[in-house]
Write a protein that binds this ligand. Structure first.
Ligand code: ATP
Ligand code: MN
Length: 467
């Protein structure tokens, strides 16, 4: 008996199959019915919709009694045009095999209406809900779209290491990687932990970004991108931060600020359009259940030009807002790192469209960003989105060896392990640029979900790594 996925039966032209016997397998969403007929809504994860199985309650009395929400079935039956509205076809059961029961006394997913908080507590089962099914299918589509976007444009997928010895970026936020005995680590004569005796012969940690190695790729292959797990031990319990998230980091030789921001805009629009074109059913569901303006918001991003806004100009707008009586929690003046409330004011109130902010004060940005002639700003870019705030952070990289080294020394960055990075500027240095997109921030935007813990299958956050 040929097994069909439910998506195929509901979405393809199956007129030739009508009247024949087919097999479907999946999990029971609901069972209802009475004396003359029983209905089972079956879902196999291939699509948000269920197929309706119609069963004779007398013939299937025994098995029907054991079928409850969450049970797994294999059903063989005649495919017929549906009597009821809602879907084109349904299955008239001829044989039902109960693969696995789901005890209704203990199975935690009953019908509807569970809070996201409760679902996080049953993270191993929440994937079986409609909402998480929709989000996870869209996650796959977005990942596929990302690879397609870069492949079509001649970028190479470049694998940067997860274990790194460079602690120059956000050292305080790194997860250590070590095989030393934590109870009794070897020590140097002055009492410090002797990392030389550790597995790699030096201090190592999980990567907070693949960029520095990505630059090695770009300065040899031209255009590369990374797409992999990223780890940050920042103790920020916000709805936008994870300790383990996925980041996409393209890096391009010969790109300047204009070509960089153009790529950022083209990339995000491509992904949002992809979601609209390829995830219509899941988006419709999320639009109905999670956020009513979701589809409208996605369409508006695809259709508008993003604003290019110098930081200095942004501060002026925010200062004017304050002068006009607008209250922010955090103060605004030239030189501050913008808080989420400031970013959202610019995006949601002032411009009412995505903003690419450029030319930040060098003090609030990383050492590798290209310095402007004014001596005060660097060519950093943040793409700011409605609801999300920062979705992309990028920059033109400083290609001058001398300027880069001066900045490193000014900041006192430990570069002893970074000689290989500086070699990109010593030999055949070139203008280049790149950015990082947090995959889960993108997922927040395209799904309308409110919390970043709910757009990744197994979230890692402070005090939480259960599943
Ligand atoms: P934020 O100010 O929001 O913490 P950041 O300035 O630390 O961001 P970058 O270092 O520029 O971010 O990283 C690039 C992108 O990675 C960000 O634009 C964001 O989309 C994403 N990102 C950064 N930190 C996290 C995190 N902890 N969880 C999920 N995504 C993140
Ligand atoms: Mn951060």
């Amino acid at each position: 008996m040929k097994h069909y996925e439910i998506k195929y039966l509901l979405k393809e032209d199956v007129s030739a199959l009508i009247g024949t016997t087919v097999c479907v397998k999946g999990w029971v969403r609901t069972k209802r019915g009475g004396k003359s007929v029983a209905f089972i809504a079956l879902n196999d994860g291939s699509i948000i919709h269920n197929i309706q199985v119609v069963a004779d309650p007398v013939k299937f009395e025994d098995v029907l009694r054991r079928i409850t929400t969450g049970a797994c079935l294999c059903v063989e039956g005649r495919l017929v045009e549906s009597q009821g509205s809602g879907q084109a076809v349904e299955l008239q059961a001829e044989k039902i095999v109960l693969y696995g029961e789901a005890d209704p006394e203990t199975y935690p997913l009953q019908k509807k209406g569970h809070s996201m908080e409760f679902l996080r507590e049953i993270g191993h089962l929440r994937l079986r809900t409609n909402t998480f099914g929709a989000v996870m299918r869209m996650r796959h589509e977005m990942a596929y779209a990302i690879h397609t976007f870069f492949h079509e444009r001649g970028f190479f997928y470049f694998h940067t290491p997860l274990i790194t010895a460079s602690d120059c970026e956000g050292a305080g936020e790194m997860f250590h990687v070590s095989t030393l005995d934590p109870e009794n680590p070897p020590r140097t004569p002055d009492g410090k932990i002797d990392w030389e005796q550790d597995f790699f012969g030096k201090f190592t940690a999980l990567t907070v970004s693949g960029q520095l190695e990505g630059e090695l790729g770009a300065t040899s292959l031209g255009k590369i991108y990374t797409f992999g797990p990223t780890f940050r031990a920042e103790n920020s319990n916000t709805p936008r931060h994870l300790a383990e998230f996925w980041m996409i980091e393209p890096e391009m030789a010969f790109y300047d600020l204009d070509s960089l921001t153009a790529l950022e805009e083209e990339f995000i629009k491509y992904l949002v359009r992809w979601a609209l074109d390829h995830c219509a059913d899941d988006l419709e569901f999320l639009n109905k259940m999670i956020e009513n303006s979701l589809i409208e918001r996605l369409r508006s991003v695809v259709d508008t030009d993003f604003v290019r806004l110098p930081y200095t100009e942004g501060i002026r707008i925010l200062e004017e807002a304050v002068a006009g009586g607008h209250k922010f929690e955090f103060p605004v003046s030239w030189g501050v790192d913008l808080a989420s409330e400031h970013e959202r004011y610019l995006v949601e109130h002032h411009f009412k469209k995505p903003v690419i902010m450029v030319d930040y004060p060098k003090e609030i940005k990383a050492f590798y960003m290209k310095q402007n002639a004014d001596g005060r700003t660097v060519q950093g870019t943040d793409v700011l989105f409605p609801q999300i705030g920062e979705i992309i952070g990028g920059s033109v990289r400083e290609e001058s060896y001398d300027k880069l080294l001066t900045r490193i020394n000014e900041l006192g960055i430990p570069m002893k392990d970074m000689w290989w990075y500086l070699d990109t500027r010593r030999y055949g240095s070139c203008p280049h640029a790149g950015f990082g997109l947090g995959f889960e921030r993108l997922m927040l935007f395209v799904t309308g979900m409110a919390n970043i813990r709910d757009v990744i299958p197994f979230p890692r956050t402070p005090h939480s790594a259960e599943f």
